[in-house]
Design a protein around this ligand. Structure first.
Ligand code: FE2
Length: 647
């Protein structure tokens, strides 16, 4: 094993290696920037300048500061860290022209670079995302020449780059392994990368988030590149890190995931610290304000900012928004719930975020409170919006022209629920202008992956994956068909109880997967025999008995990217009255699907193409229209039922 030349050797008591027997680990480098060594003041010129046109620069001594590391060489800084109160949480680096170079002679540099396997670990905060960000880098990515290693971020996504001799294409080949997860500017994060000679793995906050087998064998280090802490720099790129750094550690062995988790736990208190206002970063809104959980006398306004801060909501019944609510805690996703509102009332609102570097105020928006029983209203239904923003934008603009009171969304709001960008870049901006003014009531699809992002962005009563609400004379029952719907399950028992207790004139249920579908996803195609047809999602079939038992009027589904309306169904058979209509409205963005060659008895109307549905309801009259992306009406039906006698 290669010995470290600089500083002290440090043997960890933990089982560090992924291999057996565990070699003695060597900490190659540990940068903990607690000890700033300020430069000597530049010497004063001995005599006044002889001539006034003599360049002053000749006498200037470039300021140079150094940071002592715990083990290994010091850092040479292009400029000192931002002057802030000294903190054990690491120093803040901002507006520094170059990253921080390890102070070592070229012939010494190789002695603290791992040869065939490594672990690199760091705690840091990010003020400003960059296309190439690094906390540790010794890398060359200049044209075809590719070599070295870097741990950092791509925008706000954790990233590690590595070139090895096993993947060398003649002048080196780098793999950039980028996680789908996102770093939150202003908050502390732990990143680690490990490589065992075969597999490169990336960890964020103690958890594995990406891996690749593209690289193998010894690391291919660049010959003429320095090693940098707090920045990505090679022959033609220079991206100094802007944010805090608490430590950067480099080992010459591959740690196992358990070690990474423990290293994260060691600093886990940092994760709990409140977010900071990054100096020089103007506050901005990542997700514009939208309305959630409009019910009874309450409504919730939510929005997301580019770094954690306290938000302010200004609201009222007139556009001057005279009532001001300040959030008590700083956060990234802001949530202000208003109570004691008047029903069927229009309210105006604006939001503001402030930091020492400025403030940002959003434009005037409105929301309307819930409709009382007996009042007429309208709503639209979207399902499977997914990653087709252009289609979704056209549909949401068309839907807003109809001025609905709210939107129902039948799951698969995004293509990849764990990918934050799918929420911030696809779903939210392209649901506007619709969700600028009306709330959306969603259910979870399979593409949400039950991810935390879904639960972060929606405001619904616990446990959030099933809930019920009323608007006018309709009670809605929202379910998660990714979870158990069989008799005895939590959702089955809840729905049975809630439907039995409902006194609303209309009962509408929604879940993502359809119990009745003639789509070829369910074996109804040219390649399967009749026995293979399920004609709907088998996992949802058990819940149908509750729709029969409690005379549910409509069951709304998505998942299949097309439109299908059934006849009324009761006990699995089409009926002319006293049945439940099943509607698949899965055409709000996702790639289109097709039907099989066989028309089942339940099928009433099908249509392939992007679309949404629009419902108006007034007492015992319910009217539904389906529009395609060109705005053409392609289905229309009505329901009428006797209204209950008014007391
Ligand atoms: Fe789906």
């Amino acid at each position: 094993m290669k010995a470290a030349t600089f500083g002290l050797l440090f043997t960890l008591p933990l089982a560090l290696s992924a291999h057996e027997p565990t070699p003695d680990p060597i900490l190659f480098y540990n940068f903990t920037p607690k000890h700033l060594v300020l430069p000597e003041p530049p010497p004063a010129p001995a005599e006044p300048r002889a001539t006034p046109d003599e360049p002053e620069e000749e006498h200037a001594v470039p300021p140079e500061a150094r940071l002592k590391s715990q083990f290994g060489p010091e850092l040479i800084l292009g400029a000192p860290p931002v002057a802030e109160e000294e903190s054990a949480r690491g120093l803040r680096f901002a507006e520094i022209p170059t990253p921080h170079r390890l102070d070592a002679a070229p012939d010494q540099v190789a002695t603290f670079r791992p040869a065939k396997e490594f672990t690199v670990s760091t705690w840091f905060t990010l003020d400003v995302p960059q296309p190439y960000g690094a906390l540790y880098s010794c890398i060359a990515d200049d044209g075809g020449k590719e070599a070295g290693m870097a741990l950092g971020y791509h925008g706000t996504q954790p990233a590690v780059a590595l070139a090895t001799k096993g993947a060398d294409d003649g002048d080196g080949k780098l793999t950039y392994l980028i996680a789908k997860e996102r770093l939150t500017p202003g908050l502390w994060h732990h990143l680690a990368a490990t490589y065992d000679g075969t597999e490169l793995r990336l960890f964020m906050d103690g958890r594995p988030v990406a891996s690749t087998l593209e690289q193998s064998g010894e690391i291919l280090w660049p010959l003429d590149t320095a090693t940098w802490i707090g920045g990505f720099r090679d022959g033609n790129e220079n991206f100094p890190h802007r944010g805090r750094i608490a430590d950067v550690k480099l080992f010459d062995v591959c740690a196992n995931p358990g070690w990474v988790a423990k290293e994260f736990q060691r600093g886990a208190a940092l994760r709990e610290l409140p977010g900071e206002h990054p100096p020089g970063v103007a506050p901005a809104v990542i997700v514009a304000p939208y309305t959630q959980w409009v019910r009874g006398k309450q409504a919730t306004i939510m929005w997301e900012t580019n770094f954690p801060c306290k938000g302010t909501l200004m609201w009222g019944k007139s556009p001057d928004c005279a009532t001001v609510v300040e959030e008590k805690k700083a956060g990234l996703i802001h949530q202000v719930t208003l109570t004691g509102l008047e029903p069927e009332m229009l309210y105006y609102f604006k939001t503001r975020v402030s930091s020492p570097s400025g403030s940002h105020e959003t434009g005037l928006q409105t929301f309307q409170t819930a409709m009382k029983p007996g009042s007429p209203f309208g709503f639209v239904v979207f399902c499977d919006t997914q990653a087709n923003p252009d289609k979704l934008k056209r549909l949401s603009e068309a839907a807003w022209e109809l001025r609905p009171n709210f939107v129902m969304i039948g799951g698969d709001l995004v293509t990849t629920g764990s990918d934050k960008s799918h929420w911030t870049d696809h779903f939210f901006p392209h649901m506007r202008p619709l969700i600028d003014s009306v709330p959306f009531y969603p259910v979870i699809g399979n593409h949400e992956q039950n991810s935390m992002h879904y639960y972060d962005y929606v405001k619904l009563p616990e446990p959030e994956y099933y809930y019920t609400f009323k608007q006018g004379d309709i009670q809605f029952f929202m379910l998660d068909s990714n979870k158990d719907l069989r008799p005895g399950s939590e959702q089955f028992k809840w729905l049975d109880r809630e439907l039995a207790a409902s006194t609303s004139l209309w009962k509408i249920c929604m879940h993502h997967h359809p119990p009745f579908s003639s789509d070829d996803d369910y074996g109804n195609d040219w390649k399967h025999s009749l026995e293979d047809m399920t004609l709907g999602e088998p996992a949802t079939k058990p819940i149908v008995q509750l729709y029969d038992k409690h005379a549910v009027d409509i069951v709304w589904n998505g998942h299949i990217h097309s439109y299908e309306r059934t006849w009324m169904i009761r006990h699995g058979k089409p009926v002319k009255k006293n049945g439940t209509t099943y509607l698949i409205t899965g055409g709000a963005g996702g790639g289109l699907e097709s039907f099989g060659p066989y028309r089942p008895a339940f099928q009433r109307h099908v249509k392939t193409g992007h679309h949404f549905t629009y419902v108006t309801a007034f007492g015992g009259h319910l009217d539904m229209k389906a529009y395609d992306i060109e705005g053409l009406l392609f289905d229309h039906f009505t329901f009428d039922k006797k209204e209950k006698a008014k007391k």
